[in-house]
Design a binder for this molecule. Structure first.
Ligand code: FAD
Length: 477
């Protein structure tokens, strides 16, 4: 019989696949109790989009190796989280369950119910911070409410202390007997990707070590010019950290402190980078305080706007396939199929084009991104789409319609972004442009030698139609 304080701690991993800056893991290891790391394939994980699920599988594989290198293991179990945890407690005699907080409404409801049930059985069920710089309830307006506009929130948090970096625990004690685990390959997390997986793999370096390398490279080579280059999609001007942050392979605290140190050394760009990290915080702040942002118009006055909601509309299909005839839109959509990511300017352009030029509901675009992004993040995706559509908090007004032609002329002056992703019309297209044809379903019937399509709607006509609909509805901007 184990003494109660010797009982193992179950570390329930979710979007926190790392060893450093991990308060739940650090607490689990304190005192030298055995730790049983577990990842659960429940309905929420099963509902992830194809690319995000594939990327999760890659991340789990690397993380399991990282744990094995330290004499630990990643236990994989499938089923409703509460049942799985109860079974593991019964099998292992665990006395505690630790996890890093999630902030979306479904996770919060699930985690709250699990915490109450486990506590009622005398299990030390505890949630920890780790995914955000600031817990959403610690950031308030002067009158005590949540922020609805970015800039005042930024002003409130920019000078705040951020939790210092936490090293990986020196030792992760193994239990006397390991519970059985599923095999990762039996979960088949990438199968929905079909042809795309092989193409994406060339653009993905999963895991905590790769995330830290990426951050170090950005601090050494990118941050000084971040301000000037972050809007140019044809160069590697941004950190590329989003997929690591989305899966918790790196903590925002580590990014913040690395940038802070660069600023102390006189490095430019750190302030702008902080600001972007705080946009991520803002998205979580909104999702925490107004979870309906994930499903409905954040501003209800948009509920009767005449959005197109037909996913089989040929113009919507052209958008999904990167065949609108608008090079900026098409290049960005293709970048997403090939790399699992899309430059932020591209995201703004394709979202504006879908919701304004094609007057299509932002939810259709949001769902398409959720299926195809490896850096999919529920809060940032929903905020980005509602911001672009005009229906969100602090949104770009609907009447501000990005012109995809002048945006291309401004941000892709040398044409390198266009050439990188659009093969049609090029004598020797680069591999990136050809990879799009290797990634997409064969049934789309597209080939690099096809003629590039004429615009399905001209920049001017799309703008005119969008503004006309907007004025007719007289929705407040
Ligand atoms: P950097 O410029 O290096 O920024 C550093 C980090 O700050 C990013 O990794 C990200 O975590 C955060 N960040 C930067 N810009 C934003 C922003 N506008 N909103 C929220 N966080 C930001 N980001 C996602 O991580 N997942 C998504 O699913 C997602 N969907 C989006 C959908 C739309 C329509 C739009 C307009 C934006 C979306 N974004 C999303 C935000 C942004 O485009 C990406 O975070 C950024 O392009 C990632 O590249 P990076 O890591 O090189 O960014």
């Amino acid at each position: 019989m184990m003494r109660s304080d010797d009982r193992p701690v179950i570390l329930w991993l979710r979007r926190d696949l790392r060893l450093t800056d991990h308060p739940a893991l650090t607490a689990a290891c304190a005192g030298g109790r055995p730790v049983i790391p577990v990842f659960i394939l429940d309905d929420q994980v099963a509902a992830l989009g194809a690319a995000a699920q594939w990327r999760l599988g890659q991340g789990l594989e690397v993380f399991a190796r990282t744990l094995a290198d330290r004499g630990s293991r990643l236990i994989l179990r499938r089923g409703p989280a509460q049942e799985v945890l109860q079974a593991l407690i019964a099998e292992s005699g665990a006395g505690a369950v630790h996890w890093t907080r999630a902030y979306d409404p479904i996770s919060r409801e699930r985690d709250g119910a699990i915490k109450s049930a486990l506590k009622a059985q005398g299990i030390d069920a505890r949630s920890f911070p780790g995914s955000l710089l600031f817990e959403p309830w610690t950031v308030q307006t002067g009158t005590g409410g949540p922020y609805r506009v970015f800039t005042p929130m930024w002003k409130t948090v920019r000078g705040r202390d951020v939790a210092p970096p936490l090293p990986a625990p020196g030792r992760i004690c193994a239990p006397e007997a390991w519970p059985v685990s599923d095999r990762l390959q039996d979960w088949a997390l990438g199968t929905a990707m079909r042809r795309g997986a092989a193409v994406l793999a060339a653009h993905s370096a999963p895991g905590e070590a790769a995330a830290q390398d990426r951050l170090a490279r950005f601090i050494d080579e990118g941050i000084a010019r971040y301000e000037q280059r972050r809007d140019i999609p044809g160069v590697e001007g941004t950190s590329g950290l989003s997929e690591y942050l989305a899966l918790g392979e790196i903590a925002p605290q580590r990014c913040w402190h690395a940038a802070f140190a660069a600023r102390e050394r006189g490095g430019a760009g750190a302030e702008t980078f902080f600001k972007e990290l705080v946009w991520r915080e803002f998205a979580y702040h909104l999702m925490y305080h107004s979870p309906q942002i994930l499903t409905g118009n954040w501003r209800s006055e948009w509920d009767d706007f005449p959005w197109n909601t037909d996913r089989s509309d040929p113009r919507v299909i052209a958008w999904t396939r990167g065949r609108t005839g608008m090079p900026f839109v098409d290049a960005a959509m293709r970048e997403m199929y090939v790399t699992g990511r899309m430059h932020n300017r591209g995201r703004m352009i394709v979202a504006s084009y879908l919701t304004k030029h094609l007057m299509t509901h932002w939810r259709i675009g949001m769902d398409w991104f959720a299926e195809h992004l490896t850096d999919w993040d529920p809060a940032s995706n929903a905020m980005g789409w509602q911001w672009s559509a005009g229906s969100g908090p602090d949104a770009t007004p609907y009447f501000r319609v990005f012109n995809p032609e002048s945006q291309l002329a401004k941000f892709d002056r040398d044409g390198s972004y266009r050439r990188a992703w659009i093969a049609e019309g090029q004598v020797s297209p680069p591999d990136t442009a050809l990879d799009y044809f290797r990634a997409i379903p064969l049934c789309w019937g597209l080939a690099p030698g096809d003629p590039y399509p004429a615009p399905i709607v001209s920049a001017q006509e799309g703008r005119r139609l969008a503004l006309e609909a907007y004025q007719n509805r007289s929705v407040a901007g």
